[in-house]
Design a binder for this molecule. Sequence first.
Ligand SMILES: Cc1cc2nc3c(=O)[nH]c(=O)nc-3n(C[C@H](O)[C@H](O)[C@H](O)COP(=O)(O)OP(=O)(O)OC[C@H]3O[C@@H](n4cnc5c(N)ncnc54)[C@H](O)[C@@H]3O)c2cc1C
Length: 291
Amino acid sequence: MTLYPSYARPTTLADAVALLGSLSAGGVVIAGGQELMPSVNHGVLAPQVYVDIGGLGELRGIRETAEGVLALGALTVHRELQTDPLVAARLPLLAHAATRAGGGRQVHNRGTLGGNLVAQHPLYDLAPSLLALAAEVEWVTCDRTVRQPLALMLADSRHGLGTNAILTRVLVAPMAEGLGWAYEKLKASGGAYGSANAAAIVQLHEGVIASVRLVVGAVAERLIDASDVAAERLVGRRFDPGAGEELARAVAARVTTPLSDAQGDGAWRRAMAGVVARRAVATAITRAGRA
Ligand SMILES: Cc1cc2nc3c(=O)[nH]c(=O)nc-3n(C[C@H](O)[C@H](O)[C@H](O)COP(=O)(O)OP(=O)(O)OC[C@H]3O[C@@H](n4cnc5c(N)ncnc54)[C@H](O)[C@@H]3O)c2cc1C
């Protein structure tokens, strides 16, 4: 006898986390389903109960909090990140990164920010920028609410929230005036995913690099926060071809276990990590210069 999974669509966050808590590992959160349903269709996952969070108003909307931070609801879709005026003005790096996600309009209109981050897919496009922006995430279970750096969530195993938690919001401080930023996505194939990508944020002082954040993705199982490497090579210097070359070499050296898949083999991906890092920093510097 085939047992079909059940489906629940709670209307409040409290009901949703109570249900998940009672189901233990048998329940699976579904938001846009753009990541989850392919996994089910390919037999990777076989949930007993789908808990559809699409009806939870608490997870929608983009607003500024009293502490001056932008709170992005977990159900925010790529299209909203691309078009929301507050995101465009305060988090242009994230707005731009959202335009680079593949999959076309259907994915952009259904795929959610929360699903994109919880999936922890190494080739996805939103996490590098959010990590460079030092974003925080908030998640809720039936007995607690946790706010933690996104970096901590991403350092955990895949689906790091556990099976009974719902990611509710992503919290990001607005980018300061005058910062330069860039998101580079290198695509070797006609598909959606990049072979290497990099998010950079740079601050200049009289043409000299005062600070730099740099995160590289799509080249290893986990994102590489190369801000330390970049700061060591670049802070206090002007960006010239020599500095760019040094940076590219140092970033490539950080890719100790590169991915080798349809997006390219490991040795090439390692080299491309350096290339996108250099390009992202160069573009961010140009933008900072204009600002
Ligand atoms: C053809 C195609 C091309 C794509 N190309 C790209 C691309 O180039 N770049 C890119 O970044 N993305 C890409 N995507 C992925 C897409 O952006 C993600 O699938 C999407 O953002 C995930 O969101 P979702 O709402 O569909 O998540 P779902 O599929 O609903 O969920 C994904 C995972 O997260 C969990 N989950 C979801 N929301 C929550 C929450 N709030 N709290 C706790 N757990 C949660 C689910 O249980 C599941 O494990 C592509 C997808 C497709 C289908």
